[in-house]
Design a protein around this ligand. Structure first.
Ligand code: MF3
Ligand code: CO
Length: 252
């Protein structure tokens, strides 16, 4: 049974406040993600920034996750643990960040190219981000959940990429993970009816090769089975009477 919690306008503003801090922190990560920096240093800078905003890292301690950001490099899809690994020219890094401000969460992810990245990999990043926007366009009252997944999937697969099935987006609010699950695949017109007040984290994870993944023995890091690169983009989005509103935007 799905228990979707609808949010008031005031609650959506709280989520937007958390989401703005999330987005500003990711802008900082884009500036810092250069060859030579470690993923652990990025994590530390991110945590300092969000605490300076009076906010908290939602992932730290979540089922024992040890860090503020998930830092997933190259063939790592999601849930990479920050540490001593130094970024090098040609890497890509997905930084997934959830921020808690005043009890409300904002969740966003970007995949950042480090230095000079192979054009085929840059294409994967571009298409993955575009697939997120295809999904967001469908986050409209009167549509169904399957419209979002269908839009993401059909776009990404038209480039021959693999759409990860084992991890999905989610509702978000006073909990980081709420109902409903938001798959990046599906059938148009199927699934839960979308209504104003729903807030969804839409987060396509798109692989250059196979959609198949496996988890490393550390119990967290998820990698592609074929070792080819993966990209991940995410926004927290409110469904309103006036269409989809992205809540994880930086301040101008
Ligand atoms: N943004 C991730 C998600 O939506 C959060 C992972 S936090 C972790 O699932 F603690 F589980 F790593
Ligand atoms: Co998420």
């Amino acid at each position: 049974l799905s228990m979707i919690i609808l949010k008031s306008k005031r609650e959506i503003e709280y989520i937007r406040e958390a989401g703005r801090i999330t987005a500003n922190a990711l802008q900082l990560m884009k500036k810092l993600a250069k060859p030579g920096i470690t993923t652990g240093e990025l994590d530390q800078r991110c945590e300092e920034y969000i605490r300076s905003c009076g906010a908290f890292p939602s992932c730290k301690g979540y089922y024992g996750f040890p860090a503020t950001i998930c830092a997933s490099v190259n063939e790592e899809v999601v849930h990479g643990i920050p540490g001593h690994r130094k970024l090098k020219d040609g890497d890509i890094i997905s930084i997934d960040l959830v921020v808690n401000k005043n009890g409300y969460h904002g969740d966003s992810t970007v995949t950042i190219p480090v230095g000079h990245v192979h054009p085929a990999t840059l294409k994967l990043l571009k298409v993955t981000e575009e697939s997120l926007y295809k999904g967001i366009e469908q986050a409209v009252a009167g549509n169904h959940l399957g419209d979002i997944g269908h839009a993401v999937q059909s776009y990404a697969e038209s480039f021959g990429y693999g759409v990860v099935r084992d991890y999905v987006g989610h509702g978000i609010g006073t909990d980081m993970h709420e109902d409903p699950e938001v798959p990046n695949y599906g059938m148009a017109g199927h699934g839960e009816l979308l209504e104003p007040g729903m807030v969804l984290a839409i987060e396509p994870m798109i692989n250059m090769g196979t959609e198949k993944i496996r988890q490393l023995k550390n119990g967290w890091t998820v990698v592609t089975r074929d070792g080819k690169p993966a990209a991940h983009f995410e926004h927290t989005v409110a469904i309103t009477e006036n269409g989809p509103e992205i809540l994880t935007l930086p301040e101008e």
